[in-house]
Design a binder for this molecule. Structure first.
Ligand SMILES: Nc1ncnc2c1ncn2[C@@H]1O[C@H](COP(=O)(O)OP(=O)(O)O)[C@@H](O)[C@H]1O
Ligand SMILES: [Mg+2]
Length: 313
């Protein structure tokens, strides 16, 4: 009897949690301008060496329709289907309601301060990563334009269409955003190739993925992203980093002892997903990473998180 009540309560909580989550996702997808303008960073460290050119202006003349969102950003797709306009999700910065409701309670106030500092740190990390990607890996990330510090009216307004079809106008000069080539998530492309039994083509893409990572390391950059299958995408016939929010700069990443360890971990992690897709893909990835690493492969250890951090400035 007791167990039945407990099971029912657990089920109820699960359903309520799932419902709240769905509602939250729906509300977020509805999107308001506040979501991307709540808090910005400013300062010379965020100056980007890029002036809007004729190509940028032509792209921004188009209407952009809601495409998707992750933890850090919203993406909107251009009318011609070739470009993505990406904004930082600033509502992540606003503190939970209970922090504001209980602001007079010292423990809650301390929690709220910690929360604010943590979120500001995360926002700085996102700015840093976007800038690094734009300056060091524009091709590998398919980046066309990056805007961080406010500008003086050169960009004007662009029209966004929310998921519910409502159009809103956004003044771009005061908002951090980037323009990126549109890509298709690697996991979707791989699933499609497997469904068509095009295993050699799928293996070629995995080789491209390893080549992409190796070329980042050579430039002294590492991607701390844990979800390469969903955050890397196929753009035409080449793979690009779709998610540019987790890059770190570290010249140490050029050292084989450092990058091969990171490659090993990324190989193991992607291997888990590949095993669910097709065993030949998991085998191919493992063999390719083993070839890159050589005899020391068997001595390496797996870490859940990327061990390469920003080098101190
Ligand atoms: N270049 C792109 N082409 C197509 N879709 C994209 C692109 N960039 C992002 N998206 C879509 O937007 C979502 C969020 O973008 P992403 O850059 O991964 O941000 P986050 O850091 O929030 O995960 C992605 O999961 C994907 O659906
Ligand atoms: Mg992502």
């Amino acid at each position: 009897m007791k167990w039945r009540v407990l099971c029912q309560a657990a089920l109820l909580l699960l359903v309520a949690g799932f419902g709240a989550n769905q509602l939250d996702e729906r509300l977020q997808a509805l999107f308001s301008v506040d979501h991307i303008t709540y808090r910005q960073l400013a300062g010379p460290q965020w100056d980007v060496k890029a002036a809007p050119c004729a190509q940028t202006a032509a792209i921004l003349k188009q209407k952009f329709t809601y495409l998707g969102q992750g933890v850090q950003s919203y993406a909107f797709l251009s009318e011609d289907g070739r470009y993505v306009l990406k904004f930082i999700k600033h509502q992540r910065q606003s503190s939970p309601l209970w922090h504001r409701m209980c602001a007079l309670v010292p423990r809650v106030a301390a929690r709220a301060r910690e929360f604010k500092e943590r979120r500001e740190g995360q926002l700085r990390e996102t700015y840093r990563s976007w800038k690094l990607a734009y300056e060091e890996l524009p091709d590998a990330a398919g980046l066309v334009y990056l805007h961080l510090n406010s500008t003086d009216g050169a960009l004007g307004a662009t029209k966004l269409v929310r998921r519910d079809g409502v159009g809103i106008s956004v003044q771009l000069d005061r908002i951090p955003f980037l323009i990126q080539q549109r890509a298709e998530e690697l996991r979707k492309v791989l699933r499609r190739l497997v469904a068509r039994e095009q295993i050699p083509e799928a293996c070629q893409l995995l080789d491209q993925l390893v080549d992409l990572l190796l070329s980042d390391y050579r430039r002294g950059v590492a991607d701390r992203d844990q979800f390469l299958m969903r955050n890397t995408g196929l753009c035409g016939d080449r793979l690009i980093h779709m998610d540019v929010g987790a890059f770190v700069r570290n010249t140490g990443a050029r050292d084989p002892a450092v990058y091969l360890q990171d490659l090993f971990c990324k190989g193991v992690r992607t291997g888990r997903w590949l095993a669910t897709c097709h065993p030949a893909l998991e085998r191919h990835m493992e063999e390719r990473v083993q070839r890159e690493i050589g005899p020391s492969y068997a001595q390496l250890h797996y870490f859940e998180r990327c061990q390469i951090c920003h080098e101190p400035e």
